[in-house]
Structure formats: C-alpha cells, structure tokens
Design a protein around this ligand. Structure first.
Ligand code: DX5
Ligand code: ZN
Length: 218
C-alpha cells in the first residue's frame, strides 16, 4: 500500500510569485506539487501551460503532478513531459481514445493518470487499469478552487479501491480537501490528497506547514 501524500495545488497560490510559493510549500512538507492546467474549453477557466511549469521546475525536485483539464490532451502531452512533469493525468471525459492517451504518456517515460469527473462512473476505466499509475477522483466539479467536497464521491473511491485489487495504482482526490474531508477520502481508500485553498490561505511557510500536517493526520 502507498504512503499518504499531500499534493498542494498551486491554483490557490500567489501567481505573482509562483516559484517562491512552490519552494515554500515543499519546505513546509508537501510531497508533490499539483499543477492544474485548464483550457477554457474542457473546464470554464484558464490557468497556465507547459512554459510556466518548465520555469517552476528549477525551484524544486519534488514530483510534479500535472492535472490536465484540457481537451484534446494528446497534442500537448509531449510538451508537458518535456516541461518536467512526472505524472500526467488526463480526464476520461476529455477524448474518445483514453487508452491511446495513456499509452502515449507511458511512451514519454512519465507516470500515467486518469481523472474522473463527479458524474463519471468508475466503469469508465475498467479496461485501462493495467495502463495506469494513478486514478484521480474529482471530489468537486473541475474548474475552480474553494468548492465543497461532494459526499457521494466516497462510495466511488471505495469501489475503485476494490476494482484495482493488488495493482500498484495510487488513488488521488481533488477538490474541497481539508482535514475532515481528507479523513473521509483516506478512509475510503485514497492515498494522495490534493488541497489548494486549505493550504495556501495561510500565506506563510508556518501556516502551510500546519495546514499540511492537519490534512496528513486529521
Ligand atoms: C479544481 C482543481 C483543484 C483545485 C482544488 O479544478 O483540480 O486542484 O485547485 O482546490 P481546493 O482544494 O480549494 O478545492
Ligand atoms: Zn487538480
């Protein structure tokens, strides 16, 4: 079984000093950096792309966990791989050829993740389990930080945990994660906890550290 990992989402960080924010949150105990890429098409918001990620790469050696909320994703996978992402997660809803997208990610030498929107059933990934390193269960509708955790997702996490059996796949949750909801998610079988507003609202390394600790051991 995998360790609990905390992956702060820099979507909630101060965009005017992202490099420093990444460094601070890693100093504060973050395991991974979660990078929310949005295209204004798959989701109703726009964030940043591979050039920004590439420029952040020199601030830390921490795992870059890239959540691609873009459609199509395939034409951009190579650029995100070259930018220094370690994990590339595509949405199951973002295109008709999920299997091909996952094959492409692995052929680029990166870990392959798939994300499921709240309304998407776990059966969408039943036939790609052997192509996967990570499953990202959205616990809010993607597009914005600061939303409320959707309780029905706990049951989906439990079903996914049972479905993956002894495959070494990590289960990540994203959206509305704070100490209380982190406990629900880990109790259901998740081990990677993304949190944006719950961590970055503090605005200092000390505040980031106590928020990370509270989420890790609720
Ligand atoms: C939402 C993003 C999340 C977001 C989470 O589309 O995928 O990673 O930053 O933000 P919080 O933790 O504030 O719900
Ligand atoms: Zn995300």
């Amino acid at each position: 079984t995998h360790p609990i990992r905390i992956a702060p989402s820099i979507l909630a960080a101060d965009f005017s000093k992202l490099g420093q924010e990444v460094r601070d949150v890693v100093d504060a105990g973050a395991d991974w950096i979660h990078l929310d890429v949005m295209d204004g098409h798959f989701v109703p918001n726009i964030t940043f792309g591979p050039d920004v990620i590439k420029s952040l790469r020199r601030y830390t050696d921490a795992t870059f966990d890239c959540h691609l909320m873009i459609s199509p994703a395939d034409p951009f996978l190579e650029a995100f791989a070259k930018a220094g992402c370690d994990i590339l997660t595509v949405h199951a809803e973002a295109g008709p050829h999920l299997h091909r997208s996952l094959q492409t990610v692995r052929s680029l030498g990166k870990k392959a993740g798939v994300s499921l929107n709240p309304a998407t059933p776990e059966s969408a990934i039943e036939y790609v389990l052997d192509q996967l390193d990570l499953i990202l269960v959205m616990t809010v509708n993607p597009g914005f930080g600061g939303q409320k955790f959707i309780d029905a997702t706990a049951e989906k996490i439990r079903r996914i945990k049972a479905m993956i059996g002894d495959r070494p796949i990590e289960i990540e949750v994203d959206g509305g994660i704070a100490p209380e909801t982190a406990a629900i998610a880990t109790g259901a079988g998740a081990n990677v906890l993304v949190a944006g507003s719950a961590i970055f609202k503090g605005g200092s390394v000390e505040a980031y550290r106590s928020a990370i600790e509270a989420i890790r051991a609720p």
